[in-house]
Write a protein that binds this ligand. Structure first.
Ligand SMILES: Cc1ncc(COP(=O)(O)O)c(C=O)c1O
Length: 436
């Protein structure tokens, strides 16, 4: 093992040996290399005469650039736009993102969490988590209604196994009993369980109430207290888009981080959906657990391992993207812009609820519970979802996503409020065509 990895492991073991135990083989071996990156970081500070360390080019005191590139970018310098970012992400973004996490999750206020490490959005964040914490054969607990890409990330690329529980019970309420049974059953068979919590949920658009959040946290804490290690990963891709009063407005991350040393919470979030910059690919990984002694060295060790994994996968996330995101977050108009877009999406979600009050739809489909995010799902009655999807596409030019035999996902994030009634009428008509 590289001595730098050993040093980080020793720091982790000192702060919380269970966290160390939870790391995968890769995670245990990860370190942040002291090679070119560290030497050039030192040179950036001290080499005032000549800095000949890094594989970029400079000219006349500036980052070398084509004017055909920079002329497209106003308001950013070549340094901010096209130079390499650190593997951890640029410090202004890491700091501002951490502040924004605490602002959006007030229960975190006096709690210790890591500095976020920047990833190439949440998909890459999940892959980094998978590298650091998941070994071949590990079990990942997820609901039956989940984002399909988890399979690619954990099963195909890592040879882990996804075990699912029903998200909703027969009364279309969150099935906490099934969650509890699944978690406890899997914990009995092994020393470590990995749970992914995704609220607002893709595909259903369901977010938990605080009471449900507390219950989930209690279940995971109980398992941790029984001597099993619990890694709880919160995929907060759609964070903030909470449209109803009884929905918990904080990430469940904030209910998990200080419960038990055997409970490690990892928050994945990003600018992609939250600030509507999907293609900029900016996300963050943030850690929270119970630590013996000072938290900073412990979190720094985790950040170094995470930064090392970023270095070994994408090297660093786009500097231009990070600059755009941090400037947006710091701009005077940010809060107003965010509130405006939030209102548009909320109005669409509420419009769907109003439209679906028409009892005729109930003959053909019913909605799953939804209160947040970009999506909602309907459960079809007597029509195959994929057959209806193709029919809607071919006959009506309407595109939806079919999931399994009975479900269709509607991304209301892409449908104007005034088109919602027509959309559901077409789905209704399409279903009738197929049952007539
Ligand atoms: C639940 C969930 N997690 C993660 C992602 C990926 O987000 P990103 O674009 O930030 O990689 C998505 C995107 O569809 C998603 O629905």
């Amino acid at each position: 093992m590289n001595p730098l990895a050993k040093e980080l492991n020793d720091t982790l073991i000192k702060g919380n040996p269970h966290t160390y135990d939870m790391l995968s083989e890769v995670g245990k071996n990860l370190y942040f290399p002291k090679g070119i990156l560290t030497q050039s970081a030192e040179a950036k500070e001290k080499a005032k005469k000549f800095n000949a360390t890094i594989g970029m080019a400079s000219e006349k005191g500036e980052v070398m650039h084509f004017s055909s590139v920079m002329s497209m970018l106003s308001g950013v310098t070549p340094e901010e736009a096209i130079s390499y970012a650190p593997s951890y992400g640029i410090m202004p973004l890491r700091k501002v993102w951490k502040e924004s996490i605490i602002e959006k999750n007030p229960s975190l206020k006096n709690k210790e969490i890591s500095l976020p490490v920047v990833t190439n959005a949440i998909t890459h964040g999940l892959s980094v988590v998978s590298d650091m914490w998941v070994d071949e054969g590990d079990v990942i607990i997820l609901p039956d209604m989940m984002w399909g890409n988890y399979r690619m990330i954990f099963e195909i690329r890592k040879s882990a196994r996804i075990v699912q529980y029903p998200l909703f019970n027969a009364n279309l309420k969150l099935d906490l009993k099934a969650f509890e049974e699944c978690v406890k059953r899997e914990a009995e068979k092994r020393d470590k369980i990995i749970v992914i919590l995704n609220f607002p949920n893709n595909p259903t658009g369901y977010s938990i109430t605080r009471e449900e959040g507390e219950k989930i946290a209690d279940i995971l804490t109980e398992v941790a207290k029984s001597g099993k290690n619990v890694l709880a990963v919160t995929d907060d891709a759609y964070f903030g888009l909470f449209f109803e009063n009884d929905v918990m407005k904080e990430s469940i991350f904030s209910l998990l981080i200080d419960r038990d040393p055997r409970l490690m919470a990892i928050k994945l979030d990003g600018a992609t959906k939250e600030i509507y910059v999907w293609g900029l690919r900016v996300g963050c990984i943030t850690y929270g657990t119970v630590i013996d002694g000072p938290s900073r060295p412990f979190y720094e060790a985790l950040e170094k391992k995470t930064g090392g994994d970023v270095r070994g996968t994408i090297s660093n996330a786009s500097h231009l993207s990070q600059t755009i995101v941090v400037k947006s977050l710091q701009s005077d108009s940010f809060a107003k812009e965010r509130d405006e877009k939030f209102s548009i999406l909320k109005e669409r979600a509420l419009e769907i609820k109003t439209v679906l009050k028409d009892t005729k739809y109930g003959n053909m489909f019913e909605p799953y519970p939804f209160n947040s995010g970009y999506f909602m799902c309907i459960k079809l009655k007597g029509v195959d979802a994929e057959t209806l999807r193709i029919h809607l596409l071919d006959k009506y030019g309407v595109g939806l996503i079919s999931l399994g035999k009975t479900d269709l996902r509607v991304a209301f994030s892409c449908i104007e409020k005034e088109d919602i009634r027509e959309l559901f009428d077409i789905i209704y008509q399409g279903a009738r065509d197929l049952t007539a």
